[in-house]
Design a protein around this ligand. Sequence first.
Ligand SMILES: O=C(COP(=O)(O)O)[C@H](O)[C@H](O)COP(=O)(O)O
Length: 318
Amino acid sequence: MTDHRLAPDVEETTAAIASMEIRGAATIAAGAAEALATQAREADADSPEAFRASMRAAARRLRETRPTAVSLPNALRYVLRRMEGRSVEALRESVTDAVAEFVAQLDRAQEDLGQVGANRLADGDTVMTHCHSTDALACIEAAVDQGKEIEAIVKETRPRNQGHITAEQLREAGVPVTLVVDSAARRYLNEADHVLVGADSIAADGGVINKIGTSGLAVNARERGVPIMTAAQTIKLHPETLTGHTVEIEMRAEDEVIAPESREQIGEIAVENPAFDVTPPRYMDAIVTEHGQFPPESIVTLMRELFGEGAAEPWAEP
Ligand SMILES: O=C(COP(=O)(O)O)[C@H](O)[C@H](O)COP(=O)(O)O
């Protein structure tokens, strides 16, 4: 393999993230980190410089897949910042160690935030969910483990129906599930005690970027007096927003919204398919992280503490 050649696993992971076979912010972060470990193991670079260049090339390739979940660049940053050593072997080891540490930390963070989120849920509560978030599910699963009886109203989450994954996993956890179409959410909020969502990114002002439809759900929840929380480990904090950058919202293919045949039949129309939206902090009651729960407006303090060194791009060519 020459310096910049990417390990097949990097190409496969890149394709799987782009096609959403690997999806959800935490899972994307773990997948990308593991692909970097494979790159490190398989790179046959003949100098430390060549090894570093091949790692940066792999990170750039992974970075290009999806733009909104900041857990992806945060994962790449975590690993590349820990790449050190004077020999290829030492560099290789530093990367594989960093990846193992990163993945273990992700799992631990999810477990810890699950406990925090579970404490907000009471025995007999009904929770409404949107999309499929492993961080959000960790809260419900921890509540069930505490012996609480929890029921769920699961929004299907058009256009890709990630709610079906949530429904299946909750059912497997022993939670009675009612699946509803997205437009039924306001009606069923009458029966919900909490709304629980995940996040792809959290901005410095406490804005929560999550699956399209989250912001409308939050506004409806507020109107109905149903508390809404975001479960998000700190890998979802978006360092660039500390300096005023906005988070790019991914626009996806039109055929996720309407099949090409149906579209042809309708005639000349425009179709838009944004994958995410921003829920302003005033519509979110709490952000639950592995460091505890925070009012959205105060998340900036945690962000400065954890990501104060900024949003360098260690994958860029020097
Ligand atoms: O919006 C989504 C997934 O969108 P997509 O299906 O487009 O990737 C999830 O709520 C967050 O990524 C959080 O997930 P997790 O808590 O698992 O990180």
